[in-house]
Each structure stands twice: as C-alpha cells, then as structure tokens.
Design a protein around this ligand. Structure first.
Ligand SMILES: Cc1ncc(COP(=O)(O)O)c(C=O)c1O
Length: 394
C-alpha cells in the first residue's frame, strides 16, 4: 500500500517525522541557523544559479521549514507548499503574486478583517479592485466575475457567519473565466476539507490556529502548484521576507501529529455546545455547520468531513454580548481560534472592526450582537456550564 492510500492520522504522523537523519532521530531536527556553509565557492555559486539544490540562507529555505512544507502540501493534496511568518504573510504574498494594477479580486461575502483591510490597501495604493459576492449559485457567481477578475478568494466556512461556499462550483466558474481560486482553509484544516480536491488552485492557512493547535505561535502557509509556489518563493517570500521561523515550523510539525485527534474532539464538543446554545432562550440564533437545521447541509456533506469547532451565535445586543464575554470563566476572552483553550470574542468590535459598519452588517451579515466561539478541548459539559452561568448574567 502506498503512503498516499493510508489514513489521515497515519500520514500526518509519518509526515510530521520529517526525513530520516543520520542519528535516526524520531523527531525532525530543529535547524536554528540563519545561513548554511557552502562546501566550495563553485557549489555556492551553483546553488545561487539554481543549478544545484541545497540550502543557502534561511529566508530562502530551511530544512525544518521544508519538512513542514512537504507535510502540509501532502496533507492538502497539493504539489508544494510555502511557509510564511503569519497567515496574513501567506495571504498577502499569494495575492501580490497573482494580481497587478487594473485587476479585480472577487471575494466571498465575508472575510477575516485583516484580509479585507489588505484588499482595501491593494485598491487604494495599487489600483487592484475587489468586490464581495454571494456565491450560492452559478448565475450570481458568473455575473459577479468581471473581465478583469484574476482571483476568486473565498473562505468556507466564512469567518464568522459560518456560511459555506461551494468550492467545486467556484472553481468551475472561475476557471471558465480564466481566474484562479484561492481558499482560506484555516477553519477546517486538511483533515476536514481539501479544497484542491474540488479543483481550487491555492489553499492558504493561518497555521497559528488548528495546524499549530496550542496557541503558542504565529505562522502561515500556502499550498498549490509547484511552479506557482517556486515563483512566489523567489519574489513574495524572498523579497518581502515574511518567513516562518524554524522553531515555529518545528512546533507545527509537532501539532500535526495530533491534528486529526484534536479536530475530532473540536467537532464533537462544538456540536454539543451548539445544540445547547440553540435551546437557550437568550440566544437568538446559532450558526454552526453541524446543526440538524443548518441551511447548507448538502454542501456540508459534499465538501466537509466534519463541522469544525467554530460557532457563532447572536444575543440581543452589543450590551448583552459584553455581559456574556465578561461573565465567562472557562472560555477566555481573546481573539484567535483553533487551540486547546476555548476562546470567545466579539467580531464587530474585535476581529472584524476594521470593516466599515455598513459592509459588515449589510453585506457580511455580522450584527453587533454576534459572538464567535472557538470551542477548545476542555470537557464539553464544563463549557456548557460556563456558558449557562454567563448567559444567566445577560
Ligand atoms: C480565517 C483567517 N484567515 C487568516 C487569518 C490571519 O492569520 P494570522 O493571524 O496568522 O496572520 C486569520 C486570523 O485570525 C483568520 O481567522
């Protein structure tokens, strides 16, 4: 049986082990070295010329970072991956590689706040336009794509409204119009969703979240075709310099060993917590792909292996939300997501505050009473007790 045919957990553990080294180390070595010594002037020159492979300088590549790139590329089903110093490092490098002045980027009608902010900067300073679109059907999607559209950028589920985007449909329509599709897969990881299997071109991650999984690092990664990523390595990575530290890569490799186990637990606990919230009189609505009455169930079954660990829900008002956030004891009031500790935050005043209020409320559907919960790995019953007592104070 080839390695590719084995289960996700087996593959992620094997890949996280990196290549065999001369001591037989079970865990990949951590190469904390900024530069690499050439055996001769000729070899150094050949490495720079690209006629000989080998390490040069850690901004161009590092063995520990390379082990992580190979592991994530394989888990996502891509040819290659490129590691960055943050999720935003990956997103900005990918977009800057794919577009130029006069181009247009079409986005799902909900985006992480800093992605939106970066798109606004591209528009303001470099004349790259962008727009948001409801991508639920072929016709509206085809209408939203312009002649100048070079990239369709989507989150699915969308942060924080948890709406899904049909990845296969988007890839089909975008490719017919000559545009590339980039998917931010941070919320689900390759264990729960593999956009490349549905024809998407590039996957980006904030590896800060589930891939690392322990809330102790900031990192990003992009996965896709080798030729595209090789070009990106020698421009958007080498020259902008948002590289991942080898220590971060080493920690994420360690995180990958337990990714499937953690994601299963995140999914199971979030399903319990979402059901509890749905039955609570002070909660107006719950957005979670695992609910029985989730409006896009067919799509969920088609492209996701599980609902993930992210829940959004609405309470009556901003004040009610504040009282809830101040009342929780087990969940921590902090942005970020995808780690062992349950995190709770208020998108309108925190992660999505940079988005103008009208766009946030009317186009993205983020109300002032919307709360986002990243369900962690604590006991689900304790999380429910905590939310129960905090909601009693609302
Ligand atoms: C969906 C999503 N994409 C990208 C990012 C940016 O990642 P980073 O904070 O690692 O730069 C975040 C951060 O919260 C996110 O939630």
């Amino acid at each position: 049986m080839s390695d590719q045919q084995r289960g996700f957990s087996t593959r992620s553990i094997r890949l996280a082990g990196g290549k065999e080294d001369r001591y037989g180390s079970l865990v990949p070595p951590l190469y904390m070295s900024s530069t690499f010594v050439f055996p001769s002037a000729e070899v150094g020159g050949a490495r720079f010329a690209g006629t000989e492979s080998g390490m040069i300088y850690s901004r161009l590549g590092n063995p520990t970072v390379e082990a992580l790139e190979q592991a994530v590329a394989e888990l996502e089903g891509g040819e290659a991956a490129l590691a960055f110093g943050s999720g935003m490092g990956a997103i900005s490098a990918v977009l800057l590689t794919l577009v130029e002045s006069g181009d247009h980027i079409l986005c799902s009608n909900g985006l992480y706040g800093c992605t939106f902010d970066f798109l606004s900067l591209l528009k303001r300073k470099f004349g790259v336009d962008f727009s948001l679109a409801e991508m639920s059907d072929r016709r509206s999607l085809a209408q939203a794509i312009r002649q100048e559209t070079k990239v369709v950028f989507v989150e699915s589920p969308i942060n924080p409204t948890m709406k899904l985007v049909d990845l296969e449909l988007v890839a089909e329509v975008a490719h017919a119009r000559g545009a590339k599709v980039v998917v931010d897969n941070t919320f689900l990881t390759p264990y729960l969703q593999r956009p490349i299997d549905f024809g998407c071109d590039l996957v980006v991650h904030s590896a800060t979240k589930y891939l690392g999984g322990h809330g102790d690092l900031i990192a990003g990664i992009a996965v896709g075709r080798k030729a595209m990523l090789d070009e990106m390595r020698m421009s958007a990575l080498k020259d902008f310099g948002a590289v991942m530290s080898p220590l971060e890569a080493w920690l994420i490799l360690r995180g990958l060993k337990t990714l499937s186990l953690r994601m299963d637990r995140h999914c199971a606990s979030a399903s319990k917590v979402a059901k509890f919230l749905q039955g609570h009189p002070k909660v107006k609505c719950v957005m979670f792909p695992g609910l029985d009455d989730f409006p896009q169930q067919q799509l969920r079954e088609k492209q996701m292996r599980g609902p993930g660990g992210m829940i959004s829900f609405e309470v009556a008002s901003l004040e009610a939300g504040r009282a809830l956030l101040n009342g929780v004891q087990i969940a921590k009031l902090a942005v970020s997501l995808g780690e062992a500790t349950t995190l709770i935050q208020h998108p309108a005043s925190m992660t999505h505050a940079v988005i103008p209020a009208t766009v946030r409320q009317q186009e993205m559907g983020i109300s002032d009473g919307l709360i986002r919960l990243s369900v962690g790995l604590e006991d689900a019953d304790d999380l429910i007790d905590d939310l129960q007592q905090a909601l009693a104070q609302v």
